[in-house]
Design a protein. Structure first.
Lengths: 547, 304
């Protein structure tokens, strides 16, 4: 055999075998293979995109501004406590936009000292004015950015925690830019529930009910579920500055629907928050109603004990995301750091709430800016149609090539088949994601793959027309067509590459299959088909070429 | 040997102004479509415009007007409804509203309760906020610009600047022509169609490069002859192969068009139109354009 033929055939053979090996994990056969196979060889195969396997794709935007607001509110309380501790008389500490205004008491002499104390404890703030008894601080932009940045990171972790507990196979949770989080849940069935689980801010707070206030006594005992805003408007302006109106949800035991809301007047500042929770479990009470039993850590337990001791007889509202779930009367001091959250939950609601509480609250609310959900039936349908179109299309091309170029056409068809095998193998090796446009990309690459053969064959025909001997005609054909083939492949690759960079999800899948297909075609059309011509040529001198 | 075109002697160059006019019409249509798109006055998919699209499958065929009536009765106005072949699948499109995740189920519940025996199943639901759509539009423009830019650079490197510019114009022409056609047919222009446009941009160069290659070869071999003849001869010589190259892709696209399913259907149509226009522009537009740029009398190639 002519030199070079052997190693080229060998190369082709190896790549074909490897392709089958790489693709194996995607087939049901794989389950029968021994364990060591998966250890040494790639064991993932081709992943199906969401549009083919069904699932949910969410893009969330973390409302970092709210996190900054929260930090400012916490700073207001902190400064108040700090100054009181240092025995500096303070009249008021208020937040005004992104600034904090501290008004010192008339008998306060330590304006400078107050300034210094606050600056030391709160390095993220810069002092704007510090004259007389009024101090003004504003949050540095770098601090605000740091808070927003941290909010996104923390939200990412919290969401990841929640999803882990929810039990989805192979979820994808990643950060997308400074304030966006991408969540992909393949195969999920109950998308509504998943969204609630992920998006709930879950801020747990314990607020004391201001039952001394005459305003509270004038509240209606309950209103219809959608009349919240009416009540709020009615009592607008009458609410004392330290208080706020929150509503308790009253749930119908049978249907589990929220039928009524009960307005409460509560102290705005939470007596305690839920950030010291160590555990939350679902339990059933004596009426067979599910509730969530929570456990605080050491610090939380102490605070809880202090509150329940100090405010015996008062009502403590358990507030989740500014909705009261229950407001039991404190009967006794409660040591040991355990409490119950009841509220007419269904077993699923209680379970989800426990998951959320265990994973922690989101540092800032998240807004859904993109939600794509594909049901599983559509995915299977798409795959079927894609394969059908692929087979039909390939059939068209195969038949045409044989009709137009006869036996050489058959060689081109062999090239086509080789392309498909290697392409699938390459995608399996790279663990690429196959989407519906990706299937179209494969089919398109198939159509383009014969183009290089066409160019070569036409050149060979030209040479033959000039009466050149067969072997020379074949060599010349491949030589002269070479650069043109490279050019056409590169231009297609350029656009595929751009699509890969700018595209998301399904589009990326298309770009991947097309790029891979084009690259592999370079290899098969220049090496793969040539080797066959060479093999035929080396046996005996061919007078006429079937082309 | 079977040949699509035998030895031909078509005068591409001579009639070029006729073809330039035709192309001018196509390009103007495309530019008009582009303007309409940026004004938001075209049929933009929710990828770009934001909004929601829910695909529902029913147990029995449901009439569009019936579904629309039910939706409006329940306070859902401004919904665009589209039916897929078979009548048992409905696509509901709505303008942007806040994404709560419950839209699809809500639609299914409303339709299912008021249309007897329909038992709607949510096959897919896509909700896209307006900011995402905006970002996508900007990204799309950048993507097209980068693609074309890169292509010009590459062709200019491989041939010469004039060839690169001519190729770029031909590419733009192809993309705009298909865009214009889609606008005329009032087909939805979404991300997938944009992908098709970019792909055909890259692919239509295959033909163009084949022609340019031959022209360059001829220019080096036949320096004495007038430019028009050399170009004409070049195009005629590669007529068959460019036709076959386009034909093979065309065959594959036809299969995708008829058997690939609804999602791929329009995508395949865009590419089919693209292949046709691309072949047309390689023959009738790209090469004659070279004539417009000759620097010195009769010399097209600076470096031989």
């Amino acid at each position: 055999m002519k030199k070079g033929i052997r190693w080229r055939l060998g190369l082709i053979g190896i790549t074909v075998v490897l392709s089958f090996v790489f693709f194996l994990p995607s087939t049901p056969l794989y389950a029968r293979f021994p364990g060591w196979w998966g250890k040494f060889l790639p064991n993932k195969g081709i992943t199906l995109g969401l549009d083919l396997q069904g699932g949910m794709h969410l893009v969330l935007e973390v409302q970092g501004e709210k996190a900054v607001d929260n930090a400012l509110d916490r700073a207001v309380n902190g400064i108040k406590d700090l100054l009181t501790e240092k025995k500096i008389g303070v009249e008021s500490v208020q937040r005004v936009g992104r600034e904090i205004a501290v008004t010192l008491g008339t008998n306060a002499s330590g304006a400078d000292e107050a300034n210094r104390i606050i600056r030391d404890s709160y390095p993220g703030f810069s002092s704007i004015t510090s004259g007389g008894s009024k101090l003004l601080f504003s949050m540095k932009p770098s601090e605000a950015n740091r808070i927003m940045e941290a909010a996104t990171s923390q939200a990412l972790e919290t969401i990841r925690n929640r999803i882990d507990q929810f039990g989805v196979t192979e979820p994808l949770i990643q950060r997308q830019g400074p304030q966006q989080i991408l969540v992909q849940l393949p195969g999920i069935k109950d998308s509504q529930r998943a969204i609630e689980l992920i998006g709930k801010t879950a801020l747990l707070e314990f607020k004391l009910v201001d039952d001394q206030s005459p305003l509270f006594r004038s509240f209606p005992p309950r209103v219809a579920a959608d009349e919240e805003s009416k009540v709020l408007k009615e009592f607008e302006g009458k609410v004392p500055p330290d208080d706020q109106i929150l509503f308790e949800r009253i749930v119908d035991k049978e249907s589990k629907n929220v039928v009524f809301k009960r307005p409460y007047l509560v102290k705005k500042n939470a007596a305690m928050s839920g950030d010291t929770l160590t555990d939350a479990r679902v339990s059933i009470d004596q009426d067979n109603q599910p509730f969530v039993a929570i456990t605080f850590d050491g610090t939380g337990a102490r605070i809880f004990e202090k509150i329940t001791g100090e405010y015996r007889g008062k009502q403590l509202a358990i507030v989740l995301d500014n909705t009261i779930y229950s407001a039991p009367v404190i009967k006794d001091r409660i040591p040991g750091g355990r409490a119950q959250i009841t509220g007419g939950f269904s077993p699923q609601e209680a379970n989800d709430l426990a998951i959320i509480l265990r994973a922690g609250a989101l540092p800032a609310p998240v807004k859904i800016i993109q939600n794509v959900t594909v049901g599983p039936s559509l995915g299977a349908d798409s795959i079927r149609k894609g394969i059908l179109a692929g087979v039909v299309g390939t059939g068209f091309v195969v038949v045409f090539m044989v009709l137009y170029y006869r036996l050489s056409g058959l060689i081109a068809d062999f090239n086509l088949v080789l392309n498909v095998i290697l392409l699938i193998g390459a995608m399996a090796y790279l663990n690429a994601t196959l989407t519906l446009p990706g299937i179209a990309g494969i089919i398109l690459a198939v159509g383009m793959s014969v183009d290089s053969n066409v160019l070569i064959f036409e050149r060979i025909r030209e040479e033959l027309r000039e009466q050149k001997p067969v072997r020379m005609a074949v060599e010349a054909g491949y030589d002269k067509a070479f650069l043109t083939i490279i050019d056409s492949h590169v231009t297609t690759l350029i656009t595929a590459f751009v699509l890969f960079i700018f595209g998301t999800g399904p589009i990326k899948g298309f770009a991947v299959s097309l790029s891979l297909g084009v690259c592999i075609n370079l290899f098969t059309s220049l090496v793969g088909t040539k080797v066959i011509f060479d093999m035929v040529n080396s046996r005996r001198k061919i007078q006429r070429l079937s082309i | 040997m079977l040949e699509i075109f035998g030895k031909t002697r078509i005068d591409f160059v001579g009639k070029r102004y006729l073809f330039f006019t035709l192309s001018g019409v196509l390009v103007s249509l495309g530019l008009f479509a582009l303007v309409q798109i940026s004004r938001g006055a075209a049929n933009l998919g929710i990828d770009f415009a934001g909004g929601a699209a829910v695909q529902l499958r029913f147990d029995r065929p449901v009439r569009i007007d019936e579904a629309r009536r039910v939706l409006e009765k329940n306070g859902i106005r401004d919904a665009e409804l589209q039916q897929f072949t078979g009548g048992d699948r409905l696509l509901v499109r709505m303008k942007h509203q806040e994404i709560t995740g419950g839209l699809a189920d809500q639609l299914a519940k409303v339709l299912g309760s008021e249309i007897p025996d329909s038992h709607p199943l949510v096959e897919s639901s896509t909700e896209i906020g307006p900011t995402v759509g905006e970002k996508l539009r900007r990204d799309a423009v950048v993507a097209v610009a980068v693609s074309v830019g890169a292509i010009v650079v590459y062709i200019a490197m491989r041939f010469e600047l004039r060839f690169g510019v001519a190729a770029a114009i031909a590419t733009f022409h192809d993309v705009l022509a298909v865009l214009g056609a889609f606008y005329l047919m009032n087909k939805e222009i979404n991300l997938l169609i944009l992908t098709a446009l970019l792909t055909l941009g890259g692919y239509s160069l295959t033909d163009t490069v084949v022609v340019f290659d031959r022209i360059r070869e001829n220019l080096r071999a036949r320096r004495r002859e007038p430019l028009e003849e050399v170009i004409n001869a070049g195009i005629n010589q590669v007529l068959s192969r460019t036709a076959v190259v386009s034909l093979t892709v065309f065959l594959v696209l036809v299969a995708l068009f008829f058997w690939g399913g609804e999602v791929i259907h329009d995508f395949a149509l865009a590419l089919i139109l693209g292949v046709i226009v691309g072949t047309y522009s390689s023959w009738f537009v790209a090469s004659p354009l070279l004539l417009i740029w000759r620097k010195t009398q009769g010399r097209l190639l600076r470096r031989a």
